[in-house]
Design a protein around this ligand. Structure first.
Ligand code: NAD
Length: 290
């Protein structure tokens, strides 16, 4: 396939490289001066998407997606597929989908889970929103870049699934970290705490697969001085998106709201920026109730 790829950063770069490695013709564009193995670079976003069968975007946020979409939609050929893999707000995803549909394009919002490691290894999970026709055309590319793709529903459904998932993740990570800090103060050994909880009803991905306590459970960023991994500020971004969506859908999400408040404080006032989101544990270790 002929593919245009806009946004070749930490995630987009390896995703584009994997598509090129699989034999697709990939033309890329990024605002920054980057070069990716197997990808021919274009001078502008519009040039990168002209005459392509598929265009993929992997951009930082909804405002940037909207501005890039305004430039590329008129330059894309009718019937082409526009796959946005960025994590953005549901309203932006739906607005871009409407503009794409009006220009006779098939738009699929397809944010990912799996991080930079998953992008490099081609093992991402895609959660997709859009028409059946769009999903069908995107599916073979999801198979190259990832290991699983779920068609969640119509426009915006992929973003909705992503922020609901990450709202759960933020809340369970905080709960896991505060439980470890409480266990410490109660004199419990951390390994025993892990052995019990990871096989009891308190288990979760945060405890079992990404344990925030160093030296306990499988290897995780806690064992690497909390270097990300998944940075706390990216978790904060996703929690903010979840609360924006909750406000616009009139949904009651008090745990998500509190998780947003705690991560905002952690990132903006408590030195959490640039640290893994599981570094909430040392934050709780330092605190007492008052
Ligand atoms: P990044 O900052 O490394 O990459 C974004 C790229 O977009 C940069 O190279 C930047 O130069 C480029 N860009 C910005 N504005 C542009 C424009 N107007 N035109 C062309 N290029 C432009 O970010 P990332 O880590 O690759 O994340 C990309 C998206 O993936 C985000 O929405 C993020 O939330 C999501 N995501 C990231 C991870 C992760 O672990 N990093 C995991 C899942 C999802």
């Amino acid at each position: 396939m002929n593919i245009g790829f806009i946004g070749l950063g930490n995630m987009g770069g390896p995703m584009a490289a994997n598509l090129a490695k699989a034999g697709h013709n990939v033309t890329g564009f990024d605002m920054a001066d980057v070069s990716i193995e197997g990808v021919e670079m274009a001078a502008s976003a519009a040039e990168a998407v002209t005459d392509q069968d598929v265009v993929i975007t992997m951009l930082p946020n909804g405002a940037i997606l909207r501005s890039v979409a305004a430039e590329i939609i008129p330059a894309m050929k009718r019937g082409a597929v526009f796959i946005d893999c960025s994590t953005v707000d549901v309203d932006s995803a739906r607005a871009v989908a409407a503009d794409a549909e009006a220009a006779s394009l098939l738009l699929v919002d397809a944010p990912v889970s799996g991080g930079v490691g998953g992008a490099q290894a081609g093992t991402l999970t895609f959660m997709a929103g859009g028409s059946d026709a769009g999903f069908k055309k995107a599916e073979p590319l999801f198979e190259v870049m990832g290991q699983k793709a779920v068609h969640c529903g119509g426009p915006g459904a992929g973003q909705s699934a992503k922020i609901c998932n990450n709202m759960i993740l933020g809340a369970t990570m905080i709960a896991t970290c505060e439980a470890f800090a409480l266990a410490d103060k109660l004199g419990l050994d951390r390994q025993k705490m892990f052995d019990v909880v990871s096989t009891s009803s308190g288990y979760s991905w945060s405890m079992n697969a990404y344990c925030p306590a160093p030296g306990v459970g499988p290897q995780s960023p806690a064992d690497n001085d909390y270097k990300p991994g998944f940075a706390a500020e990216l978790m904060l971004k996703d929690l903010r998106l979840s609360q924006q969506a909750a406000a616009s859908a009139d949904a009651d999400t008090p745990m998500g709201a509190l998780a947003e408040t705690l991560y905002a404080r952690f990132v903006e006032e408590e030195g959490g920026k640039g640290r893994d989101f599981s570094a909430m544990l040392p934050r709780f270790e330092k605190r007492g109730r008052g």
